[in-house]
Ligand binder design. Structure first.
Ligand SMILES: NC(=O)c1ccc[n+]([C@@H]2O[C@H](COP(=O)([O-])OP(=O)(O)OC[C@H]3O[C@@H](n4cnc5c(N)ncnc54)[C@H](O)[C@@H]3O)[C@@H](O)[C@H]2O)c1
Length: 422
């Protein structure tokens, strides 16, 4: 690999601090990433990010270029600054989109219109038409869009996918998934944007497991209903704080999906999560069961950890900083693997096409993007189309108190409400 790709992260909140920025720094150390910059609407967020103690310990001396410029006086919120930041980049670098769910579409489109490849946190968009617009624009310009559904890179997901597709479990018939984030999220910046009109737990985190069931089984979802429990954040905003979704699949299988912002802050582990899929073969039953909550490691400390815990479940699988041969620490886990896969894909596309005449380069970029779509390991707008439909159907359903919404495929896929909620 020869060239390096500059990376601009838009959004400087939790997912940027806990996953995206450290992963980009590590990839800067090891090769494919060049300059790293971060853009947020408020400079206070950037100041907090640049003072992050975990990142500083892992990456001594590393820093990012800031939008807004932290050396200049604070002029208040600049919600459109990301457009200037994108437009200022060399063509076909990487923009990582890590803003709240309802802003993904406009920020991704702005990056594409500035001729940038994109990494977007899930969910790509809240409406299928928006995701389709992203796919179309990316294809027209020969740009890669990777959707950061990192659970696909958890080794247990890859093992299950290989086993299911080899016919070792039989046919998926009935399943349940849960992902409940900590109660303390209600006191975080979530209270500003996690409101009923913008998102809900099914859309925010249920999408991970719906995607995973499709990733493992290859089945397409056909019908969705989601019931929510409304509540108030400390600032008085109303949000869906819990949700229960039911997803029907093309073979008649049913998946129950429980989500919320309510895992006790005092309980072990950073959240509660897991997946069980019951299956049937010709002569008996099969089963896939992933305990994604307790991953077999529990620690008791003699002094409280930075989050005031003496006892904790620790996941070595998603994201940890570990000692390595270089200075500081290195990030490991499927979170890092997922970011790395997207970054390396972009870098390889650019390496392979940098010296080609522009029309040939465009064709070759499109060909390589299509190969990733078909391979189906990295999530892309094309291979997550059915999940975007589920999200749109889920949003429609939860707003109508659990009405059943059908997914209709064809030349113009759409979602159609088929029953009133109760
Ligand atoms: N497991 C996962 O895959 C995972 C986990 C957490 C979050 N996420 C996704 O990441 C996104 C962000 O979540 P978070 O937890 O970091 O939220 P957060 O509230 O901690 O951070 C959001 C950030 O977006 C920034 N922002 C908002 N509007 C902006 C604008 N107009 N321009 C620039 N920056 C802007 C805010 O300043 C803040 O830094 C959400 O879409 C969420 O669904 C994914």
């Amino acid at each position: 690999m020869s060239g390096r790709i500059d990376a601009l992260v838009i959004g400087g909140g939790m997912i940027t601090a806990d996953l995206i920025l450290p992963s980009l720094y590590q990839l800067q150390r090891t090769g494919p990433v060049g300059d790293v910059s971060v853009c947020t609407s408020r400079s206070s967020t950037l100041r907090e990010l640049s003072a992050n103690a975990n990142i500083a310990a892992a990456f001594p001396g590393k820093s990012f270029a800031s939008w807004p410029d932290l050396s200049k006086p604070d002029i208040g919120a600049q919600p459109l600054l990301y457009r200037t930041a994108c437009a200022g980049m060399k063509p076909r670098q990487l923009v990582a989109v890590a803003v709240p769910d309802h802003l993904h579409h406009e920020v991704v489109m702005s990056a594409l219109q500035s001729d940038q490849h994109v990494l977007c946190v899930k969910p790509l968009a809240l409406k299928h038409s928006e995701a389709a617009g992203i796919a179309e624009t990316a294809k027209a310009r020969g740009l890669f869009v990777g959707v950061e559904y990192h659970k696909r890179f958890d080794r247990r997901s890859l093992v299950a996918r290989a086993g299911y597709r080899a016919g070792r479990f039989g046919r998926f018939v009935m399943g349940e998934a849960r992902l409940v984030e900590p109660y303390r999220y209600r006191r975080s910046s979530f209270q500003r944007w996690f409101t009923t009109e913008n998102t809900d737990p099914f859309c925010y985190i249920g999408c991970h497991y719906v995607d995973l069931v499709s990733f493992i089984t290859g089945l397409q979802p056909v019908e969705v209903s989601v019931r929510g429990v409304r509540g108030r954040f400390p600032n008085g905003n109303e949000g869906f704080l819990w949700s229960h979704g039911r997803v029907l699949w093309e073979n008649g299988a049913i998946l129950s999906v429980t989500n919320g912002l309510g895992y006790p802050d005092e309980a072990a582990g950073s959240n509660d999560q897991g997946l069980t899929l019951y299956c049937e073969g010709d002569h008996g039953a099969g089963m896939i069961r992933h305990d994604d909550h307790y991953r077999g490691v529990s620690y008791t400390y003699t002094e409280p950890s930075p989050d005031s815990r003496f006892f904790q479940y620790v996941s070595p699988d998603f994201f940890q900083y570990v000692p390595w041969g270089g200075e500081g620490l290195r990030p490991v886990g499927y979170g890092f693997d997922s970011i790395e896969a997207i970054v390396r894909t972009v870098a390889e596309i650019e390496d392979a096409t940098r010296n080609l005449p522009s029309l040939l380069a465009l064709e070759e970029r499109r060909r390589r993007c299509a190969l990733v779509d078909t391979e189906g390991l990295i999530a892309t707008p094309s291979n997550t189309e059915s999940i975007d439909l589920v999200i749109e159907a889920g949003r429609r359903s939860i707003a109508a108190d659990g009405s059943v919404v059908r997914i209709v495929r064809g030349s113009e896929p759409k979602v159609v409400p088929v029953s009133a909620g109760s």
